[in-house]
Design a protein around this ligand. Sequence first.
Ligand code: CMC
Length: 430
Amino acid sequence: MSETSFKLVNETTHESVELPLIRGSIGPTAIDIGRLYKETGNFTYDPGFVSTASCRSAITYIDGEAGVLMYRGYPIEELAKQSSFLEVAYLLLHGNLPSVSELEIFETEVGRHTMIHDSMRHFLRGFHYDAHPMAMLSASIASLSAFYHDEINIEDPDARRLAAIRLIAKMPTIAAACYRYSIGWPMRFPHNNLDYCTRFLHMMYEVPSEPLELNPIATKALELLFILHADHEQNASTSTVRLVGSTGANPYASIAAGIAALWGPAHGGANEAVLKMLEEIGDPANVSKAVARAKDKESGFRLMGFGHRVYKNFDPRAKILRDMCHQVLGELGVDDPLLNVAMKLEEVALNDEYFIERKLYPNVDFYSGIIYKALNIPANMFTVMFSIARTAGWIAHWIEHHETPGARIGRPRQIYTGSVRRAYTPIELR
Ligand code: CMC
């Protein structure tokens, strides 16, 4: 067996197959099983994709054991400390950090596309007033394909880039419009003289009757949250975007599918679920009871915001956010009983044998939920906030898929466990 291949032997028939190994620039080696079925008639089985790489990607690298996260080779800690969200979005899309003038041009381009078609306001009016903003967001983003249908040529790099800019630009406008609709406020148009995060907060909270005073910590926290949430390699929603994109679907439909995938409580919906859980616990005195319930498998209850499929030692994003969380709570002087429950829960779970043994640490959603709550962002908007940030990563992956020579439609196989062939019984005889 050479160093570049992996030999699989069937112990019954003694037949063997040598499969090529693929190496990335860093990270584990992968066994290329592309010709396994053709050569042996066998599939591989990996539900949950625990050991399966679905693509080659140069965008984000994660080492779950070491708690490393890098965008385009830059550690998340450095980006979080020094970059703006749009700088990170540029990096994800183009592969390199922008120069001062490149960033200025990018900010102007994004600014130019922040408006939405007036018909979209009428579209939003079709929703019931209490519609969940994630339902409104995914439907509205899918509807963009109806507005820009004639201009989408996914084979054209310029058209792909334009779609990326449009999505990054319009997502906050649509997200804020969804929120305002749910509380009966008319939508606010974007001020393009403001930076991305401040502009979003204005669209969320500004009213014509009085000026909006934003505490600088709110914009700082939002910028950080958006940077940390911008990409996370092949998570469920990004894989969804790539899979939908692999069919040749337009970018707006692909991103709408990603939003739907993000909504689930095991993924981006966890930050909203964290808040619901904190409300259920209600008082720091009830925390030990909740921890005991989470340890009892019969209860079906899990601590939301704890654990991660990839990070088994610590989530580097959570480490950064933990500091910001304490800074936000301190500076805003928030005295919210739910936040006291959260802090008690963090303390108890971090010292409990069950959680230590299983390496279940507070994840990014635990702290993001608490920060959003402290910033007065309603719980049903938490996953919407995540979607705004993740759009940069989703669209970078969608573009990367289309730039991959020979990229094919994603089409997993299955192990059929249903009935074998049986005779059809006419209805009158059943
Ligand atoms: N509370 C209590 N026990 C847990 C939890 C939890 N939050 N998470 C995992 N466990 C236990 C689980 O019961 C199992 O125990 P045992 O070995 O005794 O059977 C063990 O830890 C391993 O769990 P798993 O389900 O095999 O782990 P997974 O990698 O399949 O799941 C997860 C990862 C994030 C879905 C899971 O930890 C979870 O449900 N967490 C709560 C939801 C959450 O916070 N999700 C946000 C993830 S981060 C944001 C994102 O990337 O979208």
